[in-house]
Design a binder for this molecule. Structure first.
Ligand SMILES: Cc1cc2nc3c(=O)[nH]c(=O)nc-3n(C[C@H](O)[C@H](O)[C@H](O)COP(=O)(O)O)c2cc1C
Length: 188
């Protein structure tokens, strides 16, 4: 078995998901985008705080798209400029008086993003996340107070390349280590 073999059965969307850097120029219909955010909306969250906020732009919304694109690192801009959709993902980490009140906000945002990603896959839309962006610039562009933290940007679109073996996709190859049952079965 190679590193990119699926060792144990998983849901089809889990197996299908990957993060392309090449996108076809096809526009993503707005109703599909709405369904992606609807999936995020139904994600469980600590105290049902739903501490996620999204700002998005279609490729065709030239000014808004360029504004978001400008926030991501130049290396990400080279490919993200072709995505059908760019999304800024913001965690609401508290209230103005206590900006760090909700320590689960990042956890909940990540879960919401995964739901969004799975919903997108249903339509053949693939998401790549970008932690590489200019936080200060994003804060300024989106006029974010301290209790709103921009965490990640998403690029989404119809992939213009096919799924690559997982060992070519990982930034750090040890992320892709196959699961090995340990003596303590709960310790995965
Ligand atoms: C929080 C986070 C930040 C990431 N930041 C970037 C990024 O700035 N640029 C990029 O090209 N990929 C980024 N990625 C994508 C990962 O590199 C990618 O998910 C990983 O290599 C595994 O590949 P796969 O998603 O195709 O399975 C990020 C992923 C996550 C979860």
């Amino acid at each position: 078995m190679t590193e990119h073999t699926i060792h144990y059965p998983v849901l089809p969307h889990i197996a299908q998901r990957w993060s392309p850097r090449t996108y076809l120029p096809d526009a993503i219909p707005e109703d599909l985008v709405r369904s992606m955010f609807e999936a995020a909306r139904w994600t469980p969250s600590s105290r049902n705080a739903q501490p996620w906020h999204y700002v998005y732009a279609h490729h065709a919304d030239a000014i808004a798209f360029q504004d978001l694109l400008h926030c991501v690192n130049p290396s990400n801009q080279t490919w993200a400029k072709n995505a059908g959709l760019l999304v800024a993902c913001i965690a609401e980490t508290g209230i103005p008086e206590q900006p760090h009140l909700n320590r689960h906000a990042y956890y909940d945002l990540g879960a919401a993003n995964f739901a969004l990603t799975m919903q997108a896959l249903e339509y053949g839309i693939y998401v790549r996340q970008m932690g590489g962006f200019n936080v200060a610039l994003a804060r300024e562009l989106l006029d974010l107070p301290l209790h709103m933290d921009p965490v990640v940007f998403l690029a989404a679109g119809y992939p213009g390349e096919s799924k690559k073996p997982i060992n070519l996709r990982k930034v750090q190859h040890d992320w892709a280590k196959p699961f090995k049952p340990s003596a303590d079965a709960r310790n995965v």
